[in-house]
Ligand binder design. Structure first.
Ligand code: NDP
Ligand code: PYR
Ligand code: MG
Length: 414
């Protein structure tokens, strides 16, 4: 067994199995405490909540609690390995919510037969939480699941692999294009993968100015084009009227490659076909579509990003979901809408261009970081992110009328 594999397993096994636990926030030392915490005292908040459901935000942990819910059908780039196998990833998301945004989070892995059964299960428990982060649910079911849950629940429902990924990708991409001296309106984009992450990333890039007809999306059968007759609703939106059929066909002269598919799908010789100053986001986890060292061997003019922590330019939804939920929950937003997503993109972009705090350099084990090819997006451990993104998102929620608290305190996240 490799050293790293053993280290990763040990990390998850010790000092106690898993990565999260539940902490108490009130005293429970003696009979007086118990009389308040449990019987008879607990009856008082029960009656308050029965009379007014909003009182749950005052008397329970609901308002600071996000459920991370999966069925394990698209665990990272590892595929459909089932709900229980997804638990380390979901506990990991809970760890990140707590570490980066102070949000309590619990993972829930759902076994189900039909999509409707999954939707019913989540809808029936939704009121327990301040928000729901759907994770690693494969396309096309993820689209219907999110849409139905948004309709049925009064709290923010957010499919992280769609929107968290899209927000971080858009921020990183706009920065990378700026550095490479290209306009988003002009570039030819190849998107490897046509699932949850791919569709949401391309839709958000289009909102940012990308031209739909300059996007070439690929699935396991190659380029998605108008003469294919087996396309799902969401793939059909990206059917290109083209004679190009293969990855090589569309990569010839392309400016941007986004990989949200699987490991090692971009051969170095295909990368060498791209236009000058290309941008390659190989975001499949844990193994990217092309390893950065291989990519740099064939191109010295590219900007390269992956989803991983151990290379420069980590384009990963961890840069979004803790903070977007922080902002949404703090104004008790009923939804996470496009205005809030755009606010997150802009906040993330602007932090990347400012001087990097010393503690980030220390945590990254690096001497300096300046906006440029090797630093297009902030590091997840950047302490500025929480306040900057959450404030922007919360304000956007207020301005777009989905907030139930209309003003942020002056010392918000100080
Ligand atoms: N860095 C980040 O922040 C994130 C990265 N990702 C990564 O993106 C990938 C996809 O995740 P997600 O969208 O949630 O999963 P989905 O299951 O929804 O989509 C996977 C897509 O990848 C395509 N695909 C898989 N293998 C191949 C292949 N050999 N050739 C061409 N296309 C292929 C599938 O094609 P078909 O439709 O034909 O089955 C499908 O369209 C994963 O690797 C994941 O780790 C996801 C979210 C965030
Ligand atoms: C990062 C992430 O959510 C994924 O790879 O699925
Ligand atoms: Mg995911």
């Amino acid at each position: 067994m490799s050293d790293f594999r053993q280290k990763a397993l040990d990390y998850h096994q010790f000092p106690s199995p898993g990565k999260i636990s539940v902490e108490l926030t009130t005293p429970a030392a003696n009979v007086d405490d118990l009389a308040l915490a449990y019987s008879p005292g607990v009856a008082e908040p029960v009656k308050e909540i029965a009379a007014d459901p909003n009182a749950a935000y005052k008397y329970t942990a609901k308002g600071n609690m996000v459920a991370v819910i999966s069925n394990g059908t698209a665990i990272l780039g590892l595929g459909n390995l089932g709900p229980l196998a997804s638990k380390p990833v979901m506990e990991g998301k809970a760890l990140l919510f707590k570490r980066f945004a102070g949000l309590d989070s619990i993972d829930i892995e759902v076994k189900h037969r039909t999509t409707e059964e999954f939707i019913n299960t989540v809808a029936n428990i939704a009121d327990t939480f301040g928000g729901i982060n759907l994770e690693d649910i494969k396309a096309p079911e993820c689209f219907e699941i999110e849409k139905e849950l948004i309709k049925r629940c009064k709290i923010p429902i957010f499919h992280d692999d769609q929107h968290g990924t899209a927000i971080v990708t858009a921020a990183g991409m706009l920065n990378a294009l700026e550095i490479q001296g290209k306009r988003i309106e002009d570039v030819r984009i190849v998107c490897m993968g046509a699932g949850a992450a791919a569709v949401a990333c391309m839709e958000l890039l289009i909102k940012c100015g990308a031209q739909r007809e300059r996007i070439y999306m690929l699935d396991r059968q190659g380029v998605i084009h108008t003469r294919r007759d087996n396309l799902t609703e969401h793939k059909a939106l990206f059917a290109n009227n083209t004679d190009k059929r293969t990855l090589e066909d569309v990569m010839d002269g392309a400016d941007v490659f986004l990989g949200v598919s699987g490991p090692d799908l971009l051969p170095p010789e295909t990368l060498s076909l791209m236009a000058q100053n290309p941008i390659v986001f190989a975001c499949s986890n844990p193994d990217p579509e092309i390893k950065p060292e291989l990519a740099h061997e064939v191109r010295d003019d590219l900007i390269m990003a992956t989803g991983r922590s151990d290379y420069p330019n980590q384009v990963n939804n961890v840069l979004c979901f803790p903070f977007i939920f922080r902002g949404a929950l703090d104004v008790r937003a009923t939804a996470i809408n496009d205005e809030m997503k755009v606010a997150a993109v802009n906040a993330l972009r602007s932090v990347s261009k400012e001087p990097v705090p010393e503690e980030v350099l220390v945590a990254s084990n690096i001497a300096s970081l300046t906006f440029g090819r090797e630093y297009i997006i902030p590091k997840p451990m950047d302490p500025r992110l929480c306040k900057r993104i959450a404030t922007a998102v919360a304000q956007a929620a207020i301005d777009s009328n989905v907030a139930q608290i209309e003003q942020l305190p002056d010392d918000y996240l100080a």
